[in-house]
Design a protein around this ligand. Structure first.
Ligand code: IMP
Length: 181
């Protein structure tokens, strides 16, 4: 298995992720099977989770992509969120499901949710693979569906990066502190 030197340890294995994504797909299929939902991938970090989750959805759905960024090459959120809410995506009357890689301070999803609500979707729910509840800045903000709650650790892999690296690892791992200190 490919495990770069910079990885300290594997926090969530490929098998654990696979089982969890299948379980989330089962629950979401049940909820959305008659709703032709619009699944939104929040680029770039969600792309791997999104691709796996949509293939665990056994019902009609449509997909689209948005870009949101708050981190540069640091492991601490910049505190500002840049949103590029897709021009040309029609949200009105749709059952929208935002698919995110990780919920941290929640600034990104708070901004995104507030923006999308003004576009009159029939419903709007948030799915996240990972959640770091202890890092929340937007108090009380939660996802509707969460894969794994984790401690306050900076993690990479399965789509998540540090300075654009490690997105291709099939597991979620922690970085050795010397990589970012
Ligand atoms: P929030 O706005 O602080 O909730 O940040 C959400 C975004 O920050 C995520 O979509 C990730 O791109 C990034 N992020 C937060 N925590 C981590 C982490 O541990 N590793 C990699 N990226 C992270």
């Amino acid at each position: 298995m490919y495990c770069p030197d910079e990885i300290e340890r594997i926090l969530i294995s490929e098998d654990e992720i696979k089982a969890k994504v299948a379980e989330m797909g089962r629950v979401l299929t049940e909820e959305y099977k008659d709703k032709n939902p619009l699944f939104i991938c929040v680029l770039k970090g969600s792309v791997v989770f999104f691709a796996d989750l949509m293939r665990e959805m056994h019902c009609p759905l449509e997909i689209n992509f948005l870009k949101a960024s708050s981190y540069g090459s640091s492991t601490v959120s910049a505190g500002t969120v840049k949103l590029d809410v897709g021009a040309g995506i029609e949200f009105e009357g749709r059952h929208v499901v935002i698919v995110e890689d990780i919920l941290d301070t929640a600034r990104t999803l708070y901004s995104l949710k507030n923006d999308l609500i003004t576009r009159n979707p029939a419903s709007l729910k948030i799915v996240t693979l990972l959640d770091k509840p202890s890092r929340r800045v937007v108090k009380g903000f939660t996802a509707d569906y969460t894969g794994f709650a984790i401690d306050d650790l900076f993690v990479v892999g399965y789509g998540l990066d540090y300075d654009e690296r490690f997105r291709n690892l099939p597991y979620v791992g922690t970085l050795k502190p010397e990589v970012y200190s």
